[in-house]
Design a protein around this ligand. Structure first.
Ligand SMILES: NC(=O)c1ccc[n+]([C@@H]2O[C@H](COP(=O)([O-])OP(=O)(O)OC[C@H]3O[C@@H](n4cnc5c(N)ncnc54)[C@H](OP(=O)(O)O)[C@@H]3O)[C@@H](O)[C@H]2O)c1
Length: 273
């Protein structure tokens, strides 16, 4: 379902991890709907490239390179947005890393890196942005994952980090209930990866993600459209695909059966990237 054209006009949006992938697709869609955008990723050349592409759609785009797992950087990011465009209306906590490997093979620092980026990398920007978003009655969206519904074999760190985001979003939502700030969590289904998308191995090294065999993935534009729908409707929980929703509902109604199915299909799950 398309979003209305005016819903994001003149809204100032910070999207973490938006130099490529889902974050960039969301930025591109928001740009064409009149939003003011602040892009972010760690690699400055990627941020510059993304900004250059979006400048062909809107003059209202800027970017700041840095790591969202660094709290002081996230304060700088929020300050930069407010100084650049005068306010902040929407924070999309999208930056995240994929990670795989058996738990027993995982080094402690590798596990911590996943938590630092996927969980604390959403906590810090939210802490920094909350005062301004309270003033503007703005929105905070977390990007979860199907892998965060329940702990999956070979994805202990990633599943833990994404599950923790659900609880964070729930706590914040109830705390903000009377403040007018929208808090939500979006669950992308499998979405097509950029060719150079990386995953963390159990040693904490970034390795290029192999193509997922036999997985039908959503386009990044499909996922971005769902994310914009959620922001517009201010719904707490939304999914990019019907199958992601079905899996979550099934897990919440029948957690015991769900875990037995995971055990049954663990070889197939563990072969996934
Ligand atoms: N694709 C899927 O199927 C899928 C499914 C479920 C959930 N998700 C979630 O959706 C989000 C986006 O995924 P994607 O597939 O678009 O990933 P992606 O292609 O790897 O893009 C991730 C972006 O985040 C940036 N980034 C990574 N770590 C960062 C950090 N510490 N600080 C700032 N920026 C950082 C990356 O750039 P740099 O490396 O330059 O920092 C990149 O621009 C993630 O949270 C992911 O877990 C994706």
């Amino acid at each position: 379902m398309p979003t209305s054209n005016h819903a994001f006009r003149d809204r100032v949006v910070v999207i973490t991890g938006s130099a490529q992938g889902i974050g960039y697709a969301v930025a591109e869609m928001l740009a064409s709907r009149g939003a003011y955008l602040i892009l972010n990723a760690r690699r400055s050349e990627k941020v510059a490239q993304a900004k250059a592409k979006l400048l062909s759609i809107t003059p209202h785009v800027d970017g700041l390179a840095g790591d969202v797992s660094d709290e002081s950087f996230t304060q700088e990011l929020v300050r930069f947005a407010i100084e650049r465009f005068g306010r902040l209306d929407i924070l999309i906590n999208n930056a995240g890393v994929a990670a795989g490997g058996l738990f027993k093979d995982t080094q402690g620092h590798a596990f911590r890196k996943v938590i630092d980026i996927n969980l604390l990398g959403s906590v810090y920007p939210t802490l920094a942005a909350l005062p301004e978003l309270t003033k503007t009655q703005g929105s905070i969206l977390f990007i979860g994952s199907v892998a965060g519904f329940a702990g999956l074999p070979r994805f202990a760190a990633y599943s833990s980090s994404k599950r923790a985001l659900v609880n964070l979003a729930e706590s914040l939502r109830t705390e903000c209930w009377d403040e007018g700030v929208f808090v939500g969590i979006h669950y992308p289904g499998f979405t097509e990866n950029e060719a150079d998308k990386t995953t963390l191995d159990p040693m904490g090294r970034e390795v290029v993600l192999q193509k997922r065999p036999g997985v039908r993935a959503l386009s990044r534009e499909q996922t971005a459209t769902k994310i914009l729908n959620q922001l517009e409707k201010r719904r707490f929980r939304m999914y990019s695909s019907k199958s992601a929703m079905a899996v979550d509902v099934f897990y919440r109604w029948f957690p015991g059966l769900f875990m037995r199915l995971i055990v049954l299909f663990r070889a197939r799950i563990m072969a996934m990237q």
